[in-house]
Design a protein around this ligand. Structure first.
Ligand SMILES: [Fe+2]
Length: 179
């Protein structure tokens, strides 16, 4: 079997066949692509983690948590294509493989054999909070680099991330105080 190595993900410049014309400067394209590609990697990582918890949750809140995790995973998955296509629309290169995702992700995989339902909610709340911060930072970077369309897209994704944070935070209220 052929040995596989994971090439370092390169956001810019792409091969000339993929250099979509844009009003942005090469420096601006590079800055935006290098900010958005890690967001895509984190979205993939968080999607898998949220589905992991959807599949492995147990206990008296099974029905609520199972459905909440599934809805949140769907939102995360929906965000991916738009971000990747923004990178391509401005002439950057985006994610090509699971290897690229693992190179760029900042949200950690969860390989624990068993996670309590409360810890599932707590870990997802922390991850979504982290994701909201990195999206917010990327919006500021896009604005600085004159990419208002990517900034607009990320604002919508930030709103959906805040919604997940809200649901997870409020769900934790019951578990923390045992009510
Ligand atoms: Fe399912």
């Amino acid at each position: 079997m052929k040995a596989t190595s994971i090439p370092k993900a390169k956001s810019y410049p792409p091969p000339h066949q993929l250099a979509t014309p844009t009003e942005l400067s090469p420096q601006e394209v590079r800055a935006v692509a290098e900010a958005v590609n890690p967001l895509i990697a984190d979205a993939f990582a968080l999607y898998v983690k949220t589905k992991n918890f959807h599949w492995h949750v147990y206990g008296p809140h099974f029905n609520d948590y199972h459905h909440m995790f599934d809805e949140q995973a769907g939102d995360i998955l929906d965000s991916i294509d738009g971000m990747a296509e923004r990178v391509r629309k401005i002439g950057g290169a985006t994610i090509k493989s699971v290897g690229h995702i693992s190179n760029l992700q900042t949200i950690e995989d969860d390989n624990d054999e068993l996670v309590s339902p409360e810890d599932m909610v707590r870990r997802l709340a922390e991850d979504n909070t982290r994701m909201a911060k990195t999206i917010h930072d990327a919006i500021i970077l896009c604005d600085k680099n004159r990419d208002t369309a990517t900034s607009n897209l990320l604002q919508d994704i930030l709103d959906k991330t805040d919604r997940r944070k809200w649901f997870l935070f409020e769900t934790l209220q019951g578990t923390i105080h045992g009510t």
